[in-house]
Write a protein that binds this ligand. Structure first.
Ligand code: SF4
Length: 500
């Protein structure tokens, strides 16, 4: 079982490029860290002949991929499958995605469950024309809207919130897809970064709180939209700007970028965990480079929790940049005392015979020559259940580390997330019911220090702005900016939720 919070999705889109689906494939490759459960691409073309030849075994569950939605001569082609981007897409599959416009999605298993039917993009033939939609986030009123739509006769074929948006678009009385999407988004609440495709355009939207990132880029005459800028770097696109919180923006075939709606929320609530862990360190997120922000977290951590030690060791890869910041600020040498095996798949089967620490040893191995006899500052981004931290501390001590001082580059994680992040239940979070000393005892570290809330927010503070009013910190502070609706979430009744 993974001992991390997990981002749930990544989205990417390209408009006006002869190789749109190939670019989306590369974009999804760069966004793979945001979701490893399934991957999908939808493209749009007016080439009926080619599309006829592409009709394959339509399937929502067999893994054969699905296509197509045909309306007049315009067609949407979809290829999606469970698995990593590299495994899902072959040259043959990409060739079945013709057209100058394409969007894609990588998904981590969410409350919707781990099934191909929940893989995205979702496509539909509506009175506004054929559309495809991909979504990153979680709607806090998704269950409520679904019940209302079902009682009105809507038939759902997936469990994802994205389908709620598709139904709202299809039923909207607003003329045309653009206004219908704006109308649909006015009815949803919660966290979303959406990328939608219709003939001639891609529409991107962020919720008024701006929980999840979404950025616009340009590649020669083509426009791109992505969860993170690292995907632009891979395809050689330049960053133009972020989609603003609450903005719905249209990217057209003609190269136009037009705001079609701008909603405002009480305040912004950018997910600070994107900076702590989810986003790639080479991405620029909410105006800041992620790696540099993590270094600032680490430097602040060193100021808040100094210790006499010989080396600073990161838990790779998540702790690397914070450890660099800690080492630089403290003057203690940085060493790779743990090496990560990057090729461990999700399907790894543990042997029946229990071997001590086997699970974590498959992923991380200490370098004895570096750690023997050393007083180590061990830096990680967060402690979720505490089980992995305990194994790593023990592993380092087993190979001869003299002392292990754990330092965490975020505050104690005390609550679950309702905004598109896969988190364990509150009672499974070690910091929800244990103080720092109790956690230290459990993980068997010689000392334990967490970055303070103030220190974390200070590290993302932009000049003249209050980070408290720009970022969501709910899983650390219990100040949830948007409340869950209804009684459908198993955690709601047990969680002390306060409006942020
Ligand atoms: Fe991010 Fe807020 Fe969710 Fe924590 S609760 S993961 S800060 S959106």
């Amino acid at each position: 079982m993974s001992d991390k919070f997990h981002d749930e999705c990544g989205v990417f889109g390209v408009v006006n490029h002869h190789d749109a689906s190939n670019l989306v494939y590369l974009g999804l490759y760069a966004l793979q860290h945001r979701g490893q459960e399934s991957a999908g691409i939808a493209s749009i073309s007016a080439d009926q002949t080619m599309s006829e030849g592409n009709i394959g075994a339509a399937s929502g569950t067999t893994g054969a991929g699905e296509r197509l939605i045909a309306r007049n001569s315009t067609q949407i082609h979809v290829e999606k499958e469970m698995g990593h981007v590299a495994d899902v897409f072959t040259q043959e599959r990409l060739q079945r995605l013709p057209g100058q416009i394409a969007i894609g999605h990588v998904r981590y298993s969410t409350s919707g469950g781990s099934m191909l039917c929940n893989a995205q993009p979702l496509v539909a033939s509506t009175s506004k024309g054929p559309i495809a939609v991909a979504h990153n986030g979680n709607l806090v009123n998704g269950d409520e809207l679904r019940s209302r739509l079902e009682s009105d006769g809507a038939i759902f074929s997936t469990m994802s919130d994205t389908e709620v948006v598709v139904h709202l678009v299809a039923r909207s009385r607003a003329p045309g897809f653009e206004l219908a999407l704006v109308d649909a988004l006015a009815q949803v609440e919660g966290a979303y970064s959406i990328v939608a495709m219709a003939p001639g355009k891609i529409i991107g939207a962020r919720d008024p709180w701006g929980f999840r990132p979404l950025v616009i880029g340009r590649l020669n005459g083509a426009l791109c939209i992505s969860s993170e800028t690292c995907a632009f770097d891979l395809i050689g696109a330049e960053l133009i700007r972020e989609v603003r919180a609450g903005e719905t923006v249209m990217l057209s075939e003609s190269g136009e970028i037009r705001t079609i709606d701008q909603r405002t929320g009480p305040r912004e609530a950018r997910c600070i965990f994107e900076h702590v862990y989810f986003a790639r360190p080479d991405s620029k997120l909410f105006g800041l480079n992620v790696g540099q922000t993590r270094k600032r977290f680490g430097a602040q951590l060193a100021r808040e929790h100094p210790i006499d030690a010989d080396i600073v060791v990161p838990v790779p890869d998540s702790g690397v940049f914070a450890a660099l910041g800690y080492a630089h600020e403290s003057g203690i040498p940085f060493e790779y005392g743990l090496v990560r095996n990057h090729y461990v798949g999700r399907t790894f089967i543990e042997p029946r015979q229990s071997i001590r620490n086997f699970g974590v040893k498959v992923k991380l191995n200490p370098v004895a020559e570096i750690v023997i006899g050393k007083r180590i500052v061990l830096v990680d981004d967060s402690i979720v259940r505490g089980t992995t931290s305990k194994k790593i501390v023990r592993m380092l001590k087993d190979v001869g580390a003299r002392e292990v001082h754990m330092r965490i580059s975020s505050p104690p994680t005390t609550g679950p997330c309702y905004y598109g992040i896969d988190t364990p239940k509150r009672k499974e979070l070690i910091a929800s019911s244990n103080d720092v000393e109790e956690i230290r005892t459990y993980i068997e570290a010689d000392s334990l220090g967490y970055l303070s809330e103030h220190g974390m927010l200070d590290s993302v503070r932009e000049s003249g702005e209050s980070a408290e009013q720009l970022y969501c910190t709910a899983c650390f502070t219990g100040r949830y900016p948007v409340l869950m609706r209804g009684q459908h979430h198993p955690e709601v009744d047990g969680v002390k939720v306060t409006a942020g």
